[in-house]
Design a protein around this ligand. Structure first.
Ligand SMILES: [Fe+2]
Ligand SMILES: [Fe+2]
Length: 266
């Protein structure tokens, strides 16, 4: 009989895959196989980081954030640039979920299941945006992208507490604030399909930030540190962007931010 598959090792293989279509199909297959009970999870293995993390295609060309172009929503090209920027974030989000899954040993089993769920949803988000981009006459890679999300993933590779604090509950949480105004712009420009995709993204991202918050609080408890003060310390130590408003307080509340933290966001 075949050996059962190990989830963290398989997540690492998907992370290394450079092709977006193959990577997202691979993630969907992992989610389905996990649901069928085909995986074991080795919570103790210290896996070595191979060369080639993250696997990504030659295009889009990565440029500093200020050089990523923006155009008016009144033109198809302008809308395509926005959809491309969102697709690029989702592609990075697939990688960040896979990285959270394979890299950190010693977490409870639910941690790995949670991040597999995130990877699966990010893969769906990417594919929805890529399909919509195609209806506008463009493909993923046609515009430039920036790498700020992945840079924070790399900086926090040595500590799962810093990773949970600064990637899901900082960078993904910015999506909660950013999506509603973008949705309104796209709807106003008459792109109801894009608006409907952003509704799905917002709903799922609340869940991703909730996962980040939950594991952040678990780790703070384990280490006996105070969550709000520790977060402030980590943003300084890792030079993380300080959250800027306007904030989507309702979505942040649903995603598990405490009232004490929400008070700092107003
Ligand atoms: Fe997403
Ligand atoms: Fe997400």
């Amino acid at each position: 009989m075949a050996q059962p598959l190990e989830l963290r090792a398989c997540a690492l293989q998907s992370l290394l895959d450079p092709d977006p279509a193959a990577k997202t199909a691979g993630v969907a297959a992992l989610v389905a196989a996990h649901a069928r009970g085909e995986f074991t999870v080795d919570r103790d293995a210290e896996l070595a980081a191979p060369e080639g993390i993250p696997g990504r295609p030659a295009r889009p060309e990565l440029v500093p954030p200020r050089l990523v172009g923006r155009r008016s929503m009144a033109t198809v090209e302008g809308r395509a640039m926005l959809i491309h920027a969102l697709a690029h974030i989702e592609f990075n989000a697939v990688n960040l979920a896979l990285d959270a899954l394979w890299r950190f040993p010693g977490m409870p089993s639910d941690y790995y299941t949670d991040w597999l769920r995130v990877a699966g949803e990010e893969a769906q988000h990417f594919n929805m945006l890529r399909a919509h981009l195609a209806t506008l006459g463009y493909a993923y890679g046609d515009f430039t992208g920036h790498d700020s999300l992945w840079e924070m993933v790399e900086k926090t590779s040595g500590d799962v507490l810093a990773r949970m604090a600064l990637v899901p509950r900082t960078l993904e949480a910015r999506g909660l604030d950013a999506i509603p105004p973008l949705r309104a712009k796209l709807a106003q420009a008459g792109d109801q399909e894009a608006a409907a995709i952003l509704d799905v993204l917002l709903r799922d991202e609340v869940g991703h930030v909730e996962i980040g918050n939950r594991w952040y609080l678990y780790l703070c408890g384990l280490r006996g540190v105070e969550p709000v003060a520790t977060y402030a310390e980590l943003t300084v130590r890792y030079k993380a962007p300080v959250p800027k408003g306007p904030f989507n307080l309702e979505a942040r509340r649903q995603a598990g931010f405490s009232e004490a933290e929400l008070a700092r966001f107003t």
